[in-house]
Every structure is written in structure tokens, then in C-alpha cells.
Design a protein around this ligand. Structure first.
Ligand SMILES: [Zn+2]
Length: 230
């Protein structure tokens, strides 16, 4: 049986990362995290390594400089890495969980035809975890991550008293900058302008987008996701 691709979408604070980790534990699919993929590639880059996209060369060491300065890497370079990884995973017969990428229409148009070709439309499951803008702001301003692995810890009744990561015991800290209310508003706006067109694109491509209520406990959201990806 062909493997599945699960794409999790949702505004900042919807719990995409947490749900992706739970799905990973449950299903054993590969969790394709763009940021980790970029990091692994630029960190092992050697002088002269390049990716050629659309006739232009993108040098890994140039991209590494951008990465180290906290600047976004060139989109064609990132897309090259993601496509290459998708092809490797498909040839290994692995299922994929994606959360946080594709995030824009451009990325979607770039990745979806490849995913369709390798996995088949019927095996691509798009899940939109919905929460309101107020919930996004509230959750993000209370969100913490662990120092060691950057596991995201959403604020909830279950986690409010935690001071250590339940997975590795390292200290929980706030993310500098990213989770300030002003920054969250910018990210929320970006979500509206860039990710919602992606949802429309998936629907035009005849990929069913399943909506799950994000305003529930982590376990309830997980249960709902398992149900809609059947
Ligand atoms: Zn941790």
C-alpha cells in the first residue's frame, strides 16, 4: 500500500509542531522539518557545493551565511532541498508529515505536483488546525520551548506548572522576539495573506482540506486528526 503524506496547516500557536511529533510517534512517518533540513545541509556544506535551480547556482556556503545571520535562505534553494528530500523519502517508501512547510502558495505549487506524482492525490491528507486570532495571540505569548531540543510547549492546564521539558528534562524558556505580541500580529497577518491562498490552492488541486478544531486538548486534537486522515 502506498504511504501517506500528512500536511498540517494552521495559524501560529495552533499546535502544528506538537501534533506533528505525536503523529510521528504514532505512525512512524518521517517528520520533514524545513528548518532542520536547511540546518543539516548548510552545516555539512563544503566549499564549492551548489544547487542549480532554474539555471542559477546557489552556493551552500552563501546560504550558510544567510542562515547564520538569521536571514531566510533563498526560496529556490530551500525548495531544492525539500524536493530532493521528498524524492529520497518516496524512494525509501516512507510516509511524510509536514508542518510549517509548505507555507506559501509558491511552496505549494512547487511541492504538490511532486507529492502527487510520487504518492498519489488520494494519499495526500491536508489538515487545517483552526484557532481564532485571539487564541493565536494568547497562546503564543504564553508559549515556551525547551533549551535543549526546542520542543514547543503550548500553554494549557496540563503544562502551566511545568518548568522542565517532559521529553528531555531541559529547562523551558520563552523564545526571544518570536513570541512578542507585536511579532505575533505580524506572523498572523502573514498567515492570512500567504497561507490561506495555499488552502484555496489545495482545494483547487482536488486535495480535501480537513478542518480540525484546535481549541481542544492536545489529545483531542490528535484524536481528531487521526480520524480525518483515515
Ligand atoms: Zn525538550
Amino acid at each position: 500500500m502506498a504511504q501517506k503524506v500528512i500536511i498540517l496547516l494552521g495559524p501560529p500557536g495552533a499546535g502544528k509542531g506538537t501534533q506533528a511529533s505525536l503523529l510521528f510517534d504514532k505512525l512512524g512517518f518521517y517528520y520533514l522539518e524545513t528548518s532542520k533540513l536547511i540546518e543539516a545541509n548548510v552545516m555539512s556544506a563544503k566549499e564549492g557545493d551548489y544547487a542549480e535551480v532554474g539555471g542559477k547556482k546557489y552556493y551552500f556556503l552563501d546560504e550558510k551565511k544567510l542562515w547564520e545571520q538569521g536571514i531566510l535562505c533563498s526560496p529556490p534553494f530551500v525548495s531544492f532541498l525539500v524536493r530532493q528530500k521528498i524524492e529520497d523519502l518516496a524512494s525509501d517508501g516512507k510516509g511524510i508529515i509536514m508542518a510549517g512547510s509548505p507555507r506559501t502558495l509558491h511552496e505549494g505549487e512547487d511541492q504538490v505536483p511532486l507529492l502527487k506524482k510520487l504518492y498519489g492525490s488520494e494519499n495526500i491528507k491536508v489538515v487545517l488546525i483552526e484557532i481564532t486570532p485571539d487564541q493565536t495571540i494568547w497562546r503564543n505569548s504564553h508559549r515556551r520551548i525547551c533549551e535543549l531540543m526546542r520542543h514547543p510547549i503550548l500553554f494549557s492546564e496540563e503544562t502551566r506548572e511545568l518548568s522542565r521539558c517532559p521529553l528531555d528534562g531541559s529547562k523551558l524558556v520563552r523564545r526571544e522576539g518570536l513570541d512578542d505580541p507585536e511579532t505575533i500580529k505580524v506572523r498572523l497577518n502573514e498567515y492570512k495573506e500567504r497561507t490561506l491562498p495555499l488552502v484555496e490552492y489545495f482545494e483547487r488541486e482536488d486535495l480535501a482540506v480537513k478542518r480540525v478544531a484546535g481549541n481542544q486538548s492536545v489529545e483531542e486534537v490528535h484524536r481528531d486528526i487521526l480520524q480525518v486522515i483515515q
